[in-house]
Design a protein around this ligand. Structure first.
Ligand SMILES: [Mn+2]
Length: 321
Protein backbone atom coordinates (compact mmCIF):
# COMPACT_ATOMS: atom_id res chain seq x y z
CA UNK A 1 0.00 0.00 0.00
CA UNK A 2 1.22 3.45 -0.90
CA UNK A 3 0.49 7.02 0.07
CA UNK A 4 0.32 9.94 -2.33
CA UNK A 5 0.18 13.67 -1.60
CA UNK A 6 -1.05 15.51 -4.70
CA UNK A 7 -1.04 19.31 -4.37
CA UNK A 8 -1.15 22.49 -6.38
CA UNK A 9 2.35 23.96 -6.78
CA UNK A 10 1.38 27.34 -5.34
CA UNK A 11 1.42 28.77 -1.81
CA UNK A 12 -2.09 27.56 -1.01
CA UNK A 13 -1.34 23.98 -2.06
CA UNK A 14 2.01 23.87 -0.27
CA UNK A 15 0.67 25.44 2.96
CA UNK A 16 -2.39 23.18 3.02
CA UNK A 17 -0.12 20.12 2.80
CA UNK A 18 2.32 21.59 5.33
CA UNK A 19 -0.45 21.91 7.93
CA UNK A 20 -1.66 18.35 7.32
CA UNK A 21 1.78 16.76 7.42
CA UNK A 22 2.91 18.66 10.52
CA UNK A 23 -0.23 17.46 12.25
CA UNK A 24 -0.38 13.98 10.73
CA UNK A 25 3.14 13.02 9.61
CA UNK A 26 3.17 10.40 6.89
CA UNK A 27 5.58 9.27 4.20
CA UNK A 28 4.08 9.77 0.77
CA UNK A 29 5.02 10.15 -2.88
CA UNK A 30 4.53 13.84 -3.61
CA UNK A 31 3.08 15.01 -6.90
CA UNK A 32 2.89 18.66 -7.95
CA UNK A 33 3.69 20.96 -10.86
CA UNK A 34 3.35 24.47 -12.20
CA UNK A 35 0.53 26.49 -10.67
CA UNK A 36 -1.47 26.04 -13.87
CA UNK A 37 -0.91 22.24 -13.98
CA UNK A 38 -4.09 21.17 -12.24
CA UNK A 39 -4.94 17.75 -13.68
CA UNK A 40 -2.39 16.04 -11.45
CA UNK A 41 -4.40 13.14 -10.01
CA UNK A 42 -4.08 11.17 -13.26
CA UNK A 43 -0.36 10.81 -12.47
CA UNK A 44 -1.19 8.50 -9.55
CA UNK A 45 -1.12 4.81 -10.41
CA UNK A 46 -3.37 3.74 -7.56
CA UNK A 47 -4.07 0.30 -6.11
CA UNK A 48 -6.52 -0.99 -3.50
CA UNK A 49 -5.72 0.29 -0.02
CA UNK A 50 -3.65 3.26 -1.18
CA UNK A 51 -4.30 6.56 0.57
CA UNK A 52 -4.33 9.69 -1.56
CA UNK A 53 -4.51 13.31 -0.41
CA UNK A 54 -5.52 15.92 -3.01
CA UNK A 55 -5.19 19.62 -2.20
CA UNK A 56 -6.13 22.83 -4.02
CA UNK A 57 -6.90 21.17 -7.36
CA UNK A 58 -10.29 21.55 -9.06
CA UNK A 59 -12.29 18.34 -8.72
CA UNK A 60 -13.99 19.23 -11.99
CA UNK A 61 -10.60 18.95 -13.75
CA UNK A 62 -9.70 15.71 -11.91
CA UNK A 63 -13.03 13.93 -11.83
CA UNK A 64 -12.19 11.12 -14.27
CA UNK A 65 -8.96 10.34 -12.42
CA UNK A 66 -10.78 10.53 -9.09
CA UNK A 67 -13.48 8.11 -10.19
CA UNK A 68 -10.74 5.83 -11.50
CA UNK A 69 -8.64 5.71 -8.30
CA UNK A 70 -11.77 5.21 -6.17
CA UNK A 71 -12.86 2.33 -8.40
CA UNK A 72 -9.48 0.69 -7.82
CA UNK A 73 -10.10 0.78 -4.06
CA UNK A 74 -7.87 3.69 -3.06
CA UNK A 75 -9.22 6.11 -0.46
CA UNK A 76 -9.04 9.84 -1.09
CA UNK A 77 -8.98 12.89 1.17
CA UNK A 78 -9.90 15.89 -1.00
CA UNK A 79 -9.82 19.56 0.06
CA UNK A 80 -10.31 22.45 -2.36
CA UNK A 81 -12.10 25.74 -3.07
CA UNK A 82 -12.51 25.63 -6.86
CA UNK A 83 -15.68 24.74 -8.75
CA UNK A 84 -16.14 20.96 -8.30
CA UNK A 85 -19.07 20.09 -10.56
CA UNK A 86 -20.63 16.75 -9.63
CA UNK A 87 -18.92 15.20 -6.65
CA UNK A 88 -18.76 11.38 -6.85
CA UNK A 89 -20.53 9.61 -4.01
CA UNK A 90 -18.20 7.00 -2.61
CA UNK A 91 -17.49 5.74 0.88
CA UNK A 92 -13.76 5.96 0.08
CA UNK A 93 -13.96 9.70 -0.65
CA UNK A 94 -13.60 12.19 2.22
CA UNK A 95 -14.38 15.47 0.52
CA UNK A 96 -14.04 19.04 1.90
CA UNK A 97 -14.88 21.55 -0.78
CA UNK A 98 -15.99 25.09 -0.07
CA UNK A 99 -16.35 27.52 -2.98
CA UNK A 100 -17.17 30.57 -0.81
CA UNK A 101 -15.54 33.70 -2.18
CA UNK A 102 -13.47 34.29 0.97
CA UNK A 103 -11.83 30.95 1.61
CA UNK A 104 -9.02 28.86 0.20
CA UNK A 105 -7.67 25.36 0.71
CA UNK A 106 -5.25 26.38 3.48
CA UNK A 107 -8.16 27.92 5.42
CA UNK A 108 -10.35 24.86 4.85
CA UNK A 109 -7.57 22.61 6.21
CA UNK A 110 -7.07 25.03 9.11
CA UNK A 111 -10.71 24.61 10.09
CA UNK A 112 -10.44 20.83 9.92
CA UNK A 113 -7.34 20.98 12.14
CA UNK A 114 -9.00 23.47 14.49
CA UNK A 115 -6.22 26.05 14.16
CA UNK A 116 -3.48 23.56 15.09
CA UNK A 117 -1.10 24.92 12.40
CA UNK A 118 -2.70 28.28 11.83
CA UNK A 119 0.45 30.25 11.01
CA UNK A 120 0.91 28.18 7.87
CA UNK A 121 -2.77 28.73 7.04
CA UNK A 122 -2.13 32.47 7.24
CA UNK A 123 0.75 32.12 4.73
CA UNK A 124 -1.38 30.08 2.32
CA UNK A 125 -4.28 32.55 2.50
CA UNK A 126 -1.96 35.49 1.79
CA UNK A 127 -0.53 33.54 -1.15
CA UNK A 128 -3.99 33.13 -2.68
CA UNK A 129 -4.69 36.87 -2.15
CA UNK A 130 -7.22 36.40 0.65
CA UNK A 131 -5.59 39.21 2.56
CA UNK A 132 -8.46 40.04 4.86
CA UNK A 133 -9.09 36.45 5.91
CA UNK A 134 -5.34 35.94 6.38
CA UNK A 135 -5.04 39.05 8.56
CA UNK A 136 -8.03 38.12 10.68
CA UNK A 137 -6.69 34.65 11.33
CA UNK A 138 -3.22 36.02 12.06
CA UNK A 139 -4.49 38.62 14.52
CA UNK A 140 -6.58 35.98 16.23
CA UNK A 141 -3.39 33.89 16.50
CA UNK A 142 -1.68 36.78 18.27
CA UNK A 143 0.70 37.79 15.47
CA UNK A 144 1.99 41.37 15.36
CA UNK A 145 1.66 43.65 12.32
CA UNK A 146 5.35 43.15 11.56
CA UNK A 147 4.97 39.36 11.71
CA UNK A 148 1.88 39.51 9.50
CA UNK A 149 3.81 41.53 6.94
CA UNK A 150 6.56 38.88 6.85
CA UNK A 151 4.06 36.05 6.47
CA UNK A 152 2.36 37.97 3.66
CA UNK A 153 5.64 38.33 1.82
CA UNK A 154 6.29 34.62 2.30
CA UNK A 155 2.86 33.76 0.88
CA UNK A 156 3.41 36.01 -2.13
CA UNK A 157 6.86 34.46 -2.77
CA UNK A 158 5.69 30.84 -2.47
CA UNK A 159 2.88 31.68 -4.87
CA UNK A 160 5.25 33.42 -7.30
CA UNK A 161 7.49 30.32 -7.41
CA UNK A 162 4.72 28.38 -9.17
CA UNK A 163 4.57 30.64 -12.22
CA UNK A 164 6.37 29.88 -15.48
CA UNK A 165 5.84 28.31 -18.89
CA UNK A 166 7.93 25.25 -18.02
CA UNK A 167 9.19 23.66 -14.82
CA UNK A 168 12.68 24.84 -15.84
CA UNK A 169 11.52 28.43 -15.34
CA UNK A 170 10.96 27.82 -11.63
CA UNK A 171 13.67 28.29 -9.03
CA UNK A 172 12.28 25.29 -7.12
CA UNK A 173 10.13 22.44 -8.36
CA UNK A 174 7.12 22.72 -6.01
CA UNK A 175 7.89 19.24 -4.63
CA UNK A 176 11.37 20.49 -3.68
CA UNK A 177 9.97 23.71 -2.26
CA UNK A 178 7.65 21.66 -0.06
CA UNK A 179 10.64 19.62 1.14
CA UNK A 180 12.36 22.91 2.01
CA UNK A 181 9.33 24.14 3.96
CA UNK A 182 8.43 20.91 5.66
CA UNK A 183 10.99 20.85 8.53
CA UNK A 184 9.69 24.16 9.89
CA UNK A 185 6.87 24.17 12.43
CA UNK A 186 6.79 27.94 12.36
CA UNK A 187 6.89 29.94 9.11
CA UNK A 188 8.72 32.76 10.94
CA UNK A 189 11.58 30.29 11.58
CA UNK A 190 11.54 29.34 7.91
CA UNK A 191 11.85 33.00 6.93
CA UNK A 192 14.66 33.52 9.43
CA UNK A 193 16.74 30.41 8.79
CA UNK A 194 16.09 28.83 5.40
CA UNK A 195 18.74 29.67 2.80
CA UNK A 196 16.46 28.52 0.00
CA UNK A 197 13.98 31.19 1.00
CA UNK A 198 16.60 33.93 0.88
CA UNK A 199 17.36 32.78 -2.66
CA UNK A 200 13.67 32.75 -3.65
CA UNK A 201 13.06 36.21 -2.19
CA UNK A 202 16.10 37.64 -4.01
CA UNK A 203 14.93 36.22 -7.33
CA UNK A 204 11.38 37.48 -6.72
CA UNK A 205 12.60 41.01 -6.06
CA UNK A 206 14.88 40.96 -9.10
CA UNK A 207 12.12 39.61 -11.37
CA UNK A 208 9.55 42.12 -10.15
CA UNK A 209 11.97 45.03 -10.65
CA UNK A 210 12.51 43.90 -14.26
CA UNK A 211 8.76 43.53 -14.83
CA UNK A 212 8.20 46.97 -13.33
CA UNK A 213 10.57 48.46 -15.90
CA UNK A 214 8.78 46.90 -18.88
CA UNK A 215 7.57 49.59 -21.28
CA UNK A 216 4.56 49.37 -23.58
CA UNK A 217 5.26 48.74 -27.28
CA UNK A 218 1.98 50.35 -28.28
CA UNK A 219 -0.32 52.41 -26.10
CA UNK A 220 -3.66 54.13 -26.63
CA UNK A 221 -6.74 55.09 -24.66
CA UNK A 222 -8.13 51.66 -25.52
CA UNK A 223 -5.21 49.58 -24.39
CA UNK A 224 -1.53 48.77 -24.22
CA UNK A 225 0.59 46.03 -25.77
CA UNK A 226 3.80 44.89 -24.08
CA UNK A 227 6.62 42.86 -25.66
CA UNK A 228 8.63 40.87 -23.14
CA UNK A 229 11.97 39.17 -23.87
CA UNK A 230 12.81 35.47 -24.06
CA UNK A 231 13.95 35.37 -20.44
CA UNK A 232 12.92 33.52 -17.31
CA UNK A 233 11.82 36.64 -15.43
CA UNK A 234 9.32 37.44 -18.19
CA UNK A 235 7.83 33.91 -18.16
CA UNK A 236 7.58 33.98 -14.35
CA UNK A 237 6.05 37.46 -13.97
CA UNK A 238 3.80 37.84 -17.02
CA UNK A 239 0.68 36.68 -15.13
CA UNK A 240 1.28 38.97 -12.18
CA UNK A 241 2.17 41.89 -14.47
CA UNK A 242 -1.09 41.42 -16.42
CA UNK A 243 -3.12 41.51 -13.21
CA UNK A 244 -1.29 44.57 -11.90
CA UNK A 245 -1.75 46.50 -15.15
CA UNK A 246 -5.45 45.57 -15.32
CA UNK A 247 -6.01 46.97 -11.83
CA UNK A 248 -3.84 50.02 -12.40
CA UNK A 249 -5.59 51.00 -15.68
CA UNK A 250 -9.10 49.56 -15.36
CA UNK A 251 -10.36 51.27 -18.53
CA UNK A 252 -7.65 49.75 -20.72
CA UNK A 253 -7.22 46.33 -22.28
CA UNK A 254 -3.75 44.75 -22.09
CA UNK A 255 -1.84 42.29 -24.22
CA UNK A 256 1.46 40.83 -23.04
CA UNK A 257 3.56 39.04 -25.63
CA UNK A 258 6.50 36.95 -24.46
CA UNK A 259 9.19 36.15 -27.03
CA UNK A 260 9.47 32.36 -27.16
CA UNK A 261 12.80 32.38 -28.97
CA UNK A 262 11.40 30.52 -32.00
CA UNK A 263 9.97 33.42 -34.02
CA UNK A 264 6.72 33.25 -32.03
CA UNK A 265 5.19 35.04 -29.09
CA UNK A 266 3.07 33.57 -26.34
CA UNK A 267 0.24 36.06 -25.95
CA UNK A 268 -1.98 36.77 -22.97
CA UNK A 269 -4.80 39.28 -23.28
CA UNK A 270 -6.79 40.91 -20.47
CA UNK A 271 -10.00 42.74 -21.31
CA UNK A 272 -10.47 46.06 -19.52
CA UNK A 273 -11.04 45.40 -15.82
CA UNK A 274 -14.09 47.72 -15.96
CA UNK A 275 -15.96 45.71 -18.65
CA UNK A 276 -14.58 42.23 -18.81
CA UNK A 277 -15.24 41.18 -22.39
CA UNK A 278 -13.65 40.76 -25.81
CA UNK A 279 -10.41 38.97 -24.94
CA UNK A 280 -11.68 35.63 -26.27
CA UNK A 281 -13.06 37.20 -29.48
CA UNK A 282 -9.69 38.78 -30.23
CA UNK A 283 -7.62 35.67 -29.52
CA UNK A 284 -9.84 33.29 -31.47
CA UNK A 285 -8.91 35.17 -34.65
CA UNK A 286 -5.43 33.65 -34.41
CA UNK A 287 -4.40 29.98 -34.71
CA UNK A 288 -4.26 28.33 -31.28
CA UNK A 289 -6.10 31.22 -29.64
CA UNK A 290 -8.85 30.91 -27.06
CA UNK A 291 -9.90 31.57 -23.50
CA UNK A 292 -12.52 33.44 -21.52
CA UNK A 293 -14.17 36.83 -22.08
CA UNK A 294 -12.00 38.54 -19.47
CA UNK A 295 -8.72 36.72 -20.07
CA UNK A 296 -7.59 34.82 -23.13
CA UNK A 297 -4.44 33.95 -25.03
CA UNK A 298 -2.64 32.68 -28.09
CA UNK A 299 -0.12 29.89 -27.50
CA UNK A 300 2.15 30.79 -30.39
CA UNK A 301 1.66 33.92 -32.48
CA UNK A 302 4.04 34.19 -35.47
CA UNK A 303 6.19 37.25 -34.89
CA UNK A 304 5.58 38.54 -38.42
CA UNK A 305 1.89 38.79 -37.48
CA UNK A 306 2.63 41.35 -34.74
CA UNK A 307 1.41 44.41 -36.62
CA UNK A 308 -1.77 42.62 -37.62
CA UNK A 309 -2.28 41.53 -34.01
CA UNK A 310 -1.89 45.09 -32.70
CA UNK A 311 -4.35 46.37 -35.34
CA UNK A 312 -6.92 43.76 -34.32
CA UNK A 313 -6.31 44.51 -30.64
CA UNK A 314 -7.03 48.20 -31.20
CA UNK A 315 -10.11 47.36 -33.30
CA UNK A 316 -11.42 45.01 -30.61
CA UNK A 317 -10.96 47.37 -27.69
CA UNK A 318 -11.08 50.79 -29.40
CA UNK A 319 -13.95 53.10 -28.57
CA UNK A 320 -16.91 52.12 -30.71
CA UNK A 321 -19.12 54.85 -32.09
MN1 LIG B 1 -6.00 27.99 -3.81
Amino acid sequence: MANYDVFNGDADGICALQQLRLQYPREASRISGLKRDIDLLRRVDAAAGDEITVLDLSLDKNRDALVDVLSRGASVFYADHHYPGDIPEDALLDCHIDVSADTCTSLIVNQLLQNAQQRWAVVGAFGDNFDEAARNLGLQAGLSEAELARLQQLGVCLNYNGYGFELDDLLFHPVDLFACVHPYNDPLDFIENENGYAELLAQYEDDMARAGNAAAQSESAAGAVYLLPNEGWARRTVGVLGNDLAKQYPQRAHALLVDMGDAHYRVSVRAPYSRKEGADDLCRQFPGGGGRKAAAGVNALAQDALTHFIDQFNLQFGSKT
